[in-house]
Write a protein that binds this ligand. Structure first.
Ligand code: PGA
Length: 248
């Protein structure tokens, strides 16, 4: 069964719309073999989603966490408070947070440390270059970035699960996806790079996700890629017409 992660980004704009989306997810919740669902809402909606959590069978998480423990960091969420609230996942290093918040690779590594320290399952996004071209894979960049982020967190990763999302920037929100072959190649490469860094005796598991323009029209085909364990979905996860197909 694949994991489907709904990244709502800074949407929707009202509780009314959140309730409409929840109603659709709830209607799907009894479907046999439904994908495992994780929702990353804007944190202002987390309370509402937690109230509905037992009806929608979804795990919850946040779209970003601080690289600091606690204190005078206006606007940020600490991994500890996210964990204490009973949330399970933290998205780390999404290209939009890197772009608008100017996070460095070191910041991302520190955020991963925080997530692991407080037992959140990290959803780490990698593979970003400054001027990406469609369908080009920069293998060296992916390897370097993974090493820089994973090596400082080696011990903390022991016996832990991490999700690593391959999201080409040009595929995000564009309606264009890489070929199935290319997604397969990169996902295998990411998994192998992870295994090369983390000794087998640490027993950490890395599952690879794909994200970027996943929608009801392409998800069945994308699901055939066995090296990909799930999907990070933005735009389509807010569309009540598409949600049933994304979850089936
Ligand atoms: P998209 O976004 O599905 O709208 O392309 C994916 C993401 O940015 O996580």
């Amino acid at each position: 069964m694949k994991t489907v992660i709904f990244n709502w980004k800074m949407n929707p704009s009202s509780l009314d719309e959140v309730n409409k989306i929840i109603a659709v997810i709830e209607a799907e919740s009894v479907a046999v073999g439904r994908s495992e669902l994780v929702i990353l809402p804007p944190s202002i909606y987390i309370n509402l989603l937690q109230q509905k959590q037992s009806n929608i069978f979804a795990s919850l998480g946040v779209q970003d966490i601080s690289d600091s423990e606690n204190g005078a960091y206006t606007g940020q969420l600490s991994a500890e408070m996210v964990s204490n609230l009973g949330l399970e996942y933290a998205l780390i290093g999404h290209s939009e947070t890197r772009k608008y918040q100017h996070y460095t690779t070191q910041d991302i590594a520190n955020k991963l440390t925080q997530a692991l320290k407080y037992n959140l399952t990290p959803i780490l996004c990698v593979g970003y270059e400054e001027n990406p071209k469609a369908n080009e894979i920069n293998i060296d960049l992916i390897k370097q970035e993974l090493s820089d982020i994973i090596i400082p967190n080696r011990e903390l990763l022991a016996k832990n699960q991490i999700l690593i999302a391959y999201e080409p920037i040009w595929a995000i929100g564009s309606g264009i996806t890489p070929s199935l072959d290319s997604i397969e190649t990169v996902s295998i490469l990411i998994k192998k790079t992870f295994q090369d860094i983390i000794p087998a005796e640490l027993e950490s598991t890395a599952n690879i996700l794909y994200g970027g323009s996943v929608n009801r029209g392409n998800i069945s085909e994308l699901k055939t890629i066995t090296s990909v364990s799930g999907f990070l979905i933005g735009g389509a996860s807010l569309d009540t017409n598409q949600i049933p197909s994304l979850l089936s």
